[in-house]
Design a binder for this molecule. Structure first.
Ligand code: BDP
Length: 704
C-alpha cells in the first residue's frame, strides 16, 4: 500500500502512549487476532504482577480489536491463557521447553489444553507471564508471528536517570525530571505506572533514580521514603529501584569524620544505611557509584583503591542481595595522569581484575572517551575476564544532537555489542563478554532520555532509542533494523511501505550525525559545557583533555590522534591481534581511522581520494543525508497523524540547519589550519571562521 492510501484519517497523537498505542488493527488482522483471544483466561494465581498482565492484555486487545474480550478462569476454545509451569498438566508443560525460559523468560504457543484449542502464554514465574504478555501484544501489534519463546540474556537491564533532586536532569532534553521529588512520597503521579509499563514491555528490570553526580541528601530518610514510594509502583512490573550514591555521604552528612572505606566507622555507617534502605525497600537493587571521576569523591582521596571502595559498599549490600555498579568512567582531576585520556579507565581498572566482591559489577561506557557519535569499543571489554563488566550506553543524546536531531541509536548499540574483542578462543564479541561475565551478575545500563515532556523523550523518534536499548538489553544479539521496524510498526503504522520508509530514515540517521559532526573517527569536537554545536577550535580550557584540539590534533601536516606505538600507544590496550590491525592505518577501519592515527592531508583513502577530500565529502554527505531525511518524512505526511508529523518535520528542519552549521564550521576551521584549498565543486562555508567561533549557546539545555 502506498503511504497515501494508508492514511486512515489518523487522529492527532501526542506521543504519550509510546509504542504501547495498541492502534485498531485492519480488518483481516483483527479477525485473526480475535480468534486467538476470544477470552482471556488466567490459570496462574492472582498477584499484583499477573493482575498487571491481565490488565495489559485487556488494554491491548481493547485497542486493537475495538472491544476487550471477557476474562475468566474457564478454558475454552480460542482462549488466551496465562499459566505458569506449575499451573499446567505435565503433558503440556513438557511440550513447552519451559526450562529454557528461566526465571524471566516465556513461551508463547498454540496448544491444546483441557481438550480446547488455546493460545498459551507460559512462564516459570509471574514476571515471565508479564513479559510474555507484552511480547504477545508486541507481535500482535506489529504483525509478527504470535508464537515465540525468549529469555533475557542479561540479568540487570537498567536505566540510569541522571536526575537531580531539584528536578533538573543532567544531559536531559525532555523537560524536567519525571520524578516529582518534592511531591513524593505523598503524591504519586499516575505517570509512574505508565513508566513501569513501558519498561516492563521491554524487559527493563531496574532503574537508578538519580544522577551519578549524586548528592549526599539522596540517602536521607526523606529521599529514601520517596524512592520507596516509586519502588511500590514499580514492584509488580519487576522493576527494582537503585540509587546513585556519593562516596563521601557519611562525611557530608556529618555522621563520620572521614569517608575512608577502610575506616570501621565508615563501614559501619554504610551497613546501617543499607539496613535502613532495605527496611523501606525490601527489593532495593543497590548502588551505582561514580568515584574519583570529574571531581567526584572516591576512595583514592584516602589513598585507597576502586576495589577498597566498591567492596566496602558491596559488603553493606551483600546481606540483602544488593549489587554495586561501580563505574569505570574515571579520569583524574587536575590534568591527565597519562598522556591519553582514552587510556585511563583501562590503566586504573585492569590491574584489579578478579579482586572485586561477587556482588560488584564494573560499569564500562561503550567507548573509552565519552559517548561520542562513534567510538571504538572500550578496551576493557574482554580484558577483565575475572570481573563482571556491565555495559553503559547513553540513550540521551548528549553528543548526537540532543532531542532535536534524529539519530536512531540502534546501530550504535549493535556496532559496539557485535564488535570482536579478539580476546578468547573462539574470540568473544562485546556481547559475549557481557553475557559470559563470571559470577552471578551480568548487565547493561542505559542513561535514560526520559523526562516530564508529554512525549517522554523530547521527540517522538527519541522514544525509539529507549525502545532499542531495552530490546538489546534483553537480547544483545538483536538486530537494530528489525528493532526499528518493530518500533515503527507499533509507533506509527503497520503498513509495509510506511514502516519501511520510517525504518529507512532511522537506519541512516546516526551515520548522518557522524558524517556532519565527527566523521572518520574524529571525536570530542563539541561546544564547551553544554556540548551543543561544533567548537573544534577550543584550546584554552583548564585541562588539556577538555579541549577539542587535544583530540583531533589538526595541524599543518595532517589530522588525527596517534594512538599507535609512535603516539600514546592506546592500541596496546586491545588484544594483540586487534592491536596489530590498528597499528597500521591500512588495516584500520576508515570509520575510526583518525581515532587511532594522525595522517597527512594527502593520505590516500580506499576511495582513491585524499584524506582532505574524503573528510570534506563526509561532511557534505551528512548535510545531504539530513536533507534527505527531511524529504522522506515530508512524503510520509498522508500516513502519519498531523501532530506527530508536524512536530517531527520541525525537528528535521532544525537538524538540516544544524548539519549545515557543523559542516561549515568544521570545514572553515580545518581549512584555517591545513591551508588547503577546497576541492573543486565544494561549496565554501557560509561564513568565515570568526563567525562560528563567536557563536554562543548559553541556554542550551541539559547542562545543570
Ligand atoms: C559526561 C557528561 C557528564 C557526566 C559524565 C559521566 O558530560 O555530564 O556526568 O559523562 O558519565 O558524558 O559521569
Amino acid at each position: 500500500m502506498a503511504p497515501a492510501q494508508a492514511a486512515a484519517q489518523a487522529a492527532d497523537e501526542d506521543g504519550y502512549a509510546l509504542w504501547l498505542r495498541y492502534a485498531p488493527l485492519p480488518g483481516a488482522a483483527r479477525a485473526q487476532l480475535q480468534a486467538q483471544a476470544r477470552t482471556v483466561v488466567r490459570l496462574a494465581p492472582a498477584s499484583p504482577t499477573t493482575d498487571a498482565a491481565m490488565a495489559e492484555l485487556q488494554r491491548g486487545l481493547a485497542g486493537m480489536l475495538g472491544k476487550a474480550p471477557a476474562t475468566g478462569n474457564t478454558v475454552a476454545d480460542g482462549a488466551l491463557v496465562l499459566a505458569r509451569a506449575a499451573d499446567l498438566p505435565d503433558t503440556v508443560r513438557s511440550s513447552l521447553a519451559l526450562a529454557d525460559a528461566g526465571t524471566e523468560g516465556y513461551v508463547l504457543r498454540r496448544t491444546r489444553l483441557q481438550g480446547k484449542n488455546v493460545f498459551l502464554i507460559a512462564a516459570n514465574s509471574d514476571i515471565g507471564l508479564l513479559y510474555g504478555s507484552f511480547a504477545w501484544l508486541r507481535a500482535a501489534a506489529s504483525g509478527a508471528p504470535l508464537e515465540s519463546a525468549s529469555a533475557p540474556a542479561l540479568k540487570l537491564r537498567v536505566l540510569n536517570h541522571w536526575d537531580n533532586p531539584d528536578r533538573t536532569v543532567e544531559r536531559g532534553y525532555a523537560g524536567q525530571s519525571i520524578w516529582d521529588w518534592w511531591a513524593l512520597p505523598d503524591i504519586v503521579d499516575a505517570r509512574y505506572l505508565d513508566y513501569a509499563r513501558a519498561n516492563a514491555s521491554l524487559g527493563i528490570n531496574g532503574t537508578v533514580l538519580n544522577n551519578v553526580n549524586a548528592k549526599a541528601e539522596m540517602l536521607s530518610p526523606a529521599f529514601i521514603a520517596k524512592a520507596a514510594a516509586l519502588a511500590g509502583v514499580f514492584r509488580p512490573y519487576g522493576i527494582r529501584v537503585y540509587l546513585s550514591v556519593r562516596f563521601s555521604t557519611p562525611l557530608e552528612l556529618k555522621e563520620t569524620a572521614t569517608a575512608d572505606p577502610l575506616d570501621p566507622q565508615v563501614r559501619a555507617w554504610w551497613q546501617r544505611e543499607a539496613d535502613e534502605i532495605y527496611r523501606a525497600i525490601p527489593d532495593f537493587g543497590g548502588f551505582l557509584v561514580k568515584a574519583n571521576s570529574e571531581g567526584q569523591p572516591g576512595p583514592q582521596d584516602y589513598h585507597r583503591t576502586h576495589v577498597d571502595g566498591a567492596n566496602m559498599l558491596a559488603a553493606a549490600l551483600a546481606p540483602h542481595n544488593g549489587a554495586v555498579m561501580w563505574r569505570a568512567f574515571v579520569y583524574a582531576p587536575g590534568g591527565t595522569k597519562t598522556d591519553d585520556r582514552a587510556k585511563q579507565a583501562y590503566d586504573e581498572f585492569k590491574p584489579f581484575d578478579g579482586r572485586f566482591a561477587p556482588n560488584v559489577l564494573v560499569q564500562v561506557k561503550n567507548g573509552a572517551i565519552d559517548f561520542q557519535p562513534r567510538e571504538p569499543f572500550h578496551p576493557l571489554f574482554g580484558a577483565m575476564p575475572r570481573t563482571p563488566l556491565m555495559m553503559e550506553f547513553q540513550i540521551t543524546k548528549e553528543y548526537l544532537g540532543f532531542s532535536t536531531d534524529m539519530a536512531y541509536l540502534g546501530p550504535l548499540f549493535q556496532e559496539t555489542l557485535a564488535a570482536n574483542t579478539h580476546h578468547g578462543s573462539p574470540p568473544l564479541s562485546v556481547a559475549d563478554v557481557l553475557q559470559q561475565a563470571p559470577g552471578k551478575l551480568t548487565g547493561m545500563a542505559g542513561v535514560a532520555n526520559i523526562g516530564s515532556d508529554r512525549n517522554w523523550s523530547g521527540s517522538h523518534f527519541d522514544q525509539a532509542n529507549w525502545y532499542a536499548f531495552g530490546r538489546l538489553a534483553w537480547n544483545p544479539r538483536g538486530d537494530a533494523r528489525a528493532i526499528a521496524d518493530e518500533w515503527a510498526a507499533q509507533t506509527f503504522s503497520r503498513d509495509t511501505a510506511v514502516r519501511g520508509a520510517v525504518t529507512g530514515m532511522m537506519m541512516v540517521s546516526r551515520e548522518a550525525v557522524v558524517n556532519y559532526m565527527t566523521p572518520l573517527g574524529l571525536h570530542h569536537m563539541m561546544g564547551t559545557g553544554h556540548h551543543h554545536g561544533p567548537a573544534p577550535w577550543v584550546d584554552n580550557l583548564e585541562r588539556p583533555d577538555w579541549n577539542p584540539v587535544y583530540y583531533h590534533r589538526t595541524a599543518r601536516d595532517g589530522i588525527g590522534f596517534d594512538r599507535t606505538a609512535t603516539g600514546s600507544n592506546a592500541i596496546a590496550q586491545y588484544a594483540p591481534a586487534l592491536a596489530a590491525q590498528l597499528a597500521d592505518p591500512r588495516t584500520t577501519p576508515e570509520q575510526v581511522l583518525l581515532w587511532f592515527h594522525h595522517l597527512p592531508w594527502d593520505y590516500r583513502m580506499a576511495s582513491g581520494r585524499t584524506l582532505w577530500q574524503e573528510l570534506i565529502s563526509h561532511y557534505d554527505r551528512g548535510v545531504r543525508q539530513a536533507r534527505d531525511m527531511q524529504a522522506q518524512w515530508a512524503a510520509l505526511a498522508p500516513a502519519i497523524d498531523a501532530r506527530r508529523h508536524a512536530e517531527t518535520a520541525a525537528r528535521l528542519q532544525r537538524q538540516a540547519a544544524n548539519a549545515q552549521l557543523w559542516r561549515d564550521a568544521c570545514i572553515a576551521y580545518f581549512q584555517s589550519v591545513s591551508g588547503l584549498p577546497l576541492p573543486a565543486g565544494v561549496a565554501p562555508p557560509a561564513h568565515d571562521l570568526d563567525h562560528y567561533r563567536k557563536l554562543r549557546f548559553p541556554y542550551a539545555p541539559g547542562n545543570g
